[in-house]
Design a protein around this ligand. Structure first.
Ligand code: 5GP
Length: 113
């Protein structure tokens, strides 16, 4: 059997997390290794390993994740923030369950490393 990802374990209540928002489609948790004063991960309950695995069927879900990302930013009083989805090893993805980073609370640089 394939080992569950940490995010699936969190969704299933098998690992603790600091949940800042949740609904029937997703949850938002604080990143365990924050890269800014606010660093939240918006995670769909549906197991999609990476953005490249999303299909037409996921259109509404993907839109929902972005709206929740903005909601989380507003919840943290962020007018400016960055939203990141790492897709694949070379992009820096380390957890194989799609997630949206919401990062803010400091000035950021571009391009990313
Ligand atoms: P990725 O590199 O895949 O885009 O992002 C994975 C993120 O998940 C990283 O920022 C990492 O710090 C975070 N992370 C990894 N394991 C855990 C965990 O057990 N709990 C939480 N809250 N975040 C985690």
């Amino acid at each position: 059997m394939v080992e569950k990802t940490v995010f699936k374990k969190i969704i299933d209540g098998e690992l603790p997390a600091d949940v800042v928002y949740q609904d029937e489609l997703c949850l938002a948790i604080r990143d365990i290794n924050p890269q800014a004063p606010v660093h939240v991960l918006v995670i769909p309950r549906k197991e999609i390993p990476a953005l490249r695995d999303a299909t037409e069927e996921d259109r509404e879900l993907l839109g929902h994740l972005l709206l929740v990302a903005n909601q989380v930013a507003q919840q943290h009083k962020l007018s400016d923030y960055r939203v990141v989805i790492n897709c694949g090893v070379e992009a820096g993805q380390t957890v194989w369950h799609l997630h949206v980073h919401v990062i803010g609370g400091r000035v950021m640089e571009w391009p990313p490393g």
